[in-house]
Design a protein around this ligand. Structure first.
Ligand SMILES: Cc1ncc(COP(=O)(O)O)c(C=O)c1O
Length: 347
């Protein structure tokens, strides 16, 4: 992927892949979600860094979702979905599939609601994320890496034990919950010109688009994606949902494909997808660590990486950046140090 080919949702999509379907998520739904999760979720801070502003030649406003409960914005959508269940549904428990952050968020939300959770997790999931799912009390069912096996095992679990399926991104309750992060950001940081959020399955970006464009359509909203998993970029460019790309990136939270629903929302509202290489993601993680003293995981740093690559685009502007998660596996950094109780790390 060339650096020059960094962006854009140019022409209207030309397929019938539901891009014209109504997205049944609006600002009211996001405000409802904000009220529903308020007793449980943190209002995360918005941080700034004078030295990163100088580097980007822009004013950057970092929404610190790595400080959200369970260590990622995912708690917002999971919490909204779990607390939206009526008592009869809740009594059945929740089933989901996740490579990590959504699974931990569902596990925590179910623990708070006092109901059982089962998470179907690919065998190559990051150890730190697996530990969080387990320590929040969910049952873990392993599956293979590919989406086909994830779906097969999830269907088997649902058939065997029943339960309510809460998909990591293809669910209006989840998307509305994820939209509360940008909703908060716009109340915390005035007069933004643009907002940049990572994109994988597109739940976070969809919720961000709905919230931001409803509040102020003049604010540009971009997705940020690793070059090695650029299916959203390709999908919007071609007007066709790409689902056969094999991801190759250190961003372990950004390896899913858009769903029909999220592709539709992005196609109608997104101002573009920005790309970053894994090397640029690493550099962004290091900058966030050194200049802001914050720990973010690779998927959480991709938006800054993309903004720094696109300096000319953002120069002189006020830009909101979603630091989406902080669940970094530190075993390589501290090989000798014993692992502390994960409950403390995810409180
Ligand atoms: C830290 C982090 N950022 C961003 C994303 C992307 O979220 P979505 O799948 O809603 O696009 C994920 C998904 O797992 C994630 O874990």
């Amino acid at each position: 992927m060339s650096r020059a080919a960094a962006i854009l949702c140019p022409d209207p999509p030309h397929t019938g892949d539901a891009v014209n379907a109504s997205d049944d998520i609006d600002l009211d739904r996001i405000q409802d979600a904000a009220a529903r999760i308020a007793p449980h979720a943190h209002v995360t801070p918005v941080m700034g860094s004078a030295s990163l502003d100088r580097l980007a030649a822009a004013s950057l406003f970092f929404k610190a979702e790595h400080l959200q409960r369970s260590g990622a914005f995912k708690f917002r959508g999971a919490c909204n979905a779990v607390f939206s269940l009526d008592p009869a549904q809740a009594a059945q428990g929740v089933v989901t599939q996740s490579s990590g952050n959504h699974g931990a968020a569902i596990a925590l939300a179910c623990r708070l609601r006092g109901i059982p959770a089962t998470v179907v997790v690919p065998r190559n999931a990051a150890a730190v994320k697996l530990a969080a799912i387990r320590d929040f009390g969910a049952r873990i069912v392993p599956c293979e890496f590919d989406q086909h096996d994830r779906d097969r095992v999830t269907a088997r679990v649902l058939a065997e034990q029943g339960g309510q399926l809460i998909h990591p991104f293809d669910d209006p309750r989840v998307i509305a919950g994820q939209g509360t992060a940008a909703f908060e950001l716009l109340h915390q940081a005035a007069a933004l010109d643009a907002v940049v959020a990572p994109v994988s399955g597109g739940g976070l970006l969809s919720g961000t688009l709905v919230a931001v464009k409803a509040i102020n359509p003049a604010i540009e909203v971009f997705g940020a994606e690793p070059e090695g998993a650029s299916d959203a970029f390709q999908s919007l460019r071609q007007g066709l949902r790409i689902t056969d790309m094999l991801p190759n990136t250190i961003c372990d939270g950004l390896r899913a494909h858009l769903s029909i629903r999220t592709f539709g929302i992005l196609s109608r509202r997104c101002d573009g997808i920005l790309l970053a290489s894994d090397a640029e993601v690493r550099a962004a993680m290091r900058l966030i660590f050194e200049r802001m003293k914050q720990v973010v995981e690779p998927s959480g740093a991709v938006a800054l990486a993309a903004v720094l690559r696109e300096r000319e685009r953002f120069a002189g502007r006020r830009v909101g950046i979603l630091l989406s998660g902080g669940n970094l596996d530190l075993s390589g950094v501290f090989p000798q140090a014993p692992h502390a109780d994960e409950d403390a790390a995810f409180a």
